[in-house]
Every structure is written in structure tokens, then in C-alpha cells.
Design a protein around this ligand. Sequence first.
Ligand SMILES: O=C(O)CCC(=O)C(=O)O
Ligand SMILES: [Mn+2]
Length: 197
Amino acid sequence: MYGDHVNLLPIPGEALFLPGFFSGEESNEYFNDLTTGVAWKQEPIKIFGKTVLQPRFTAFYGDEGISYSYSGITMNALPWTETMTKIKARIEEKYDARFNACLLNHYRDGSDSMGWHRDNEKNLGKYPLIASVSFGAHRIFQFRRYVEKIPIISVDLSHGSVLIMKGETQHYWEHRLPKTVQVTSARINLTFRLIID
Ligand SMILES: O=C(O)CCC(=O)C(=O)O
Ligand SMILES: [Mn+2]
């Protein structure tokens, strides 16, 4: 099943990258639909006791009754849109996985970003499988070891690509989407997750 992927990380952890999982045509359609068809919000978050706006827009969709807490905010899932359901079904089939939630990110241009973090919330379980789908502008995504903070592994997340993070990835690696002056257009990212409680 993974023969067509590139494994980006030395062990421990597994990050599998598959560019072009969605065709250019499908990806354009999904990008346009998600740009206008998602309830995007720029949320305030608390960092070191100070309230600031997140440097991106986000939304949270999922099965009924699912909620998700991180960085001091709790998001209640909105019901899946038709487009999200289609994308989710394709990923679930390919990876023999199941997801009940999706955190979406909208980066207006290269000045929007996401800082170093791990997706290690308790309610994702010990070995979460997270599927990250990208549409729109290419952006560099980076991994670094959590303990030593080096080295950095970079991947170009392209239009229609899928990145799977699984196994012990969230134990040993942090990831981020750095700012860049080179990108002047928008990117949309969907991270499908299975929330266990
Ligand atoms: O935009 C990305 O590729 C990163 C998203 C991410 O790491 C997250 O939502 O937890
Ligand atoms: Mn993440």
C-alpha cells in the first residue's frame, strides 16, 4: 500500500508523502470549493499569557458531538460538507483508516504560518494516524527532532498531495509550516484525525 510513497523520517516515526494523490483538476475544484464553502475563523489564542490572533484561518468539522481542544481553545465540530466527505472517503479507502474529525487551515499567503508543535493531544491516542491534504500554493513543511531540536527535514507540500504522519512520529518529531516571502497566494490544508474520547 505504501510502495508509491516517500518515507521522510529516519526511525522512529513514519511520515509518508504522496504528491499528486488528487489530480490537478480535482485539486482546483476542491481548493475553490473549500475557499468559499468553509466557515473560516481567525481565532485568538493565548501564548505565554498574551492573547494574539492565530497567523492563519481555521475551521473544525467532524462527526456529530466531536470537539477538540488545543492552545486553550475548544472547537465544536461543524457537520461535514459534501467536498470534505468526498476527500475523507478517498483517504480512508487508500490508507484503510477511519477519521471522525478534520482540522482545516487556510494560509492567505507566505506571511501566514504554523509554529513548531506536535499533534500529541491525549484524545488522539498514543499512535495517531493523521492525514494532511494540501491544496493551493506549495508550502515548505518541516520536521525536527523534539529533544535535540535538530536536524530539520523539509518537504514541499504540493497541490493535491497527501502527507501521512503515523506510529511514533508525534513522540519524537515536531513539525511546522514556516513563513516565507516567496509565497504570495493561498494554501488550504486539511488534517484528518480520529478523536478517541
Ligand atoms: O498546514 C500544514 O501543513 C500543517 C498543519 C498542522 O500541522 C496541523 O493542523 O496540526
Ligand atoms: Mn500538526
